[in-house]
Write a protein that binds this ligand. Sequence first.
Ligand SMILES: [Zn+2]
Length: 250
Amino acid sequence: MKLTEQTWTDIAACETDLAVLPVGSTEQHGPHAPLGTDTLTATAVAEAGVDKYDGTAVLGPTVPVGVAAEHRQFPGTLWVSEDTFREYVRETIQSLTTHGWDRVVLVNGHGGNVDALRELCGTVVRESEAYAVPFTWFDADIYGDIEVDIRMGHGGPVETSVVQYTDPDLVREERIERAGKESTAGWGEWQSGVNLAYDSAEFTENGVVGDPREGGAAAGEQLLDSAATALAELLDAVERRDTTRPRRRD
Ligand SMILES: [Zn+2]
């Protein structure tokens, strides 16, 4: 049930304690994929997962700007600080819980949000009555049934494929060949297991990590379906979870 499409009287009658809040980002995704890629994919996975889930979950609006300063050299990229992001998302969860939706799953579409989301959800669980957990769709167990062997990069085959399937008009197909040729294989500049780089512009010229030519709309359809299944299973587990806090050992 999409929160933004309901009236307050309709949503008041909705009996569930489960909410889903998609979290995206607005940032460069190479010359071929739109700046809204992470927001589009988080929204698509959240919608498909809520559809697949047997129970009822309230689907909140997608948070469009995240922790993305690592892409700031590329025009169009927007970001907020981790502090602002944590506070904003935490308070949004708090407002959901005010209405009785006190089991919240965040569906995340951006790698830069991962650490902050895990931390803020931990704070929610430890310091309030609510339960919250982040689901970063591309880090979930979704690759087992996909026909091509593709891995997450940035503007790479995984997220490009999903947008090719969900919003084909937004992917510049004629630029994929060159974007792939000029892409970087891995994320960062590594020494002794340490990433020396902070910004993506330090190790990629066109902003692309991983080769988008390896994917396509068919792979995107499979990825979306697999992510939706994983999310539906997670929603079921969160709904059934005993959220009583563990007793203090003595
Ligand atoms: Zn992305």
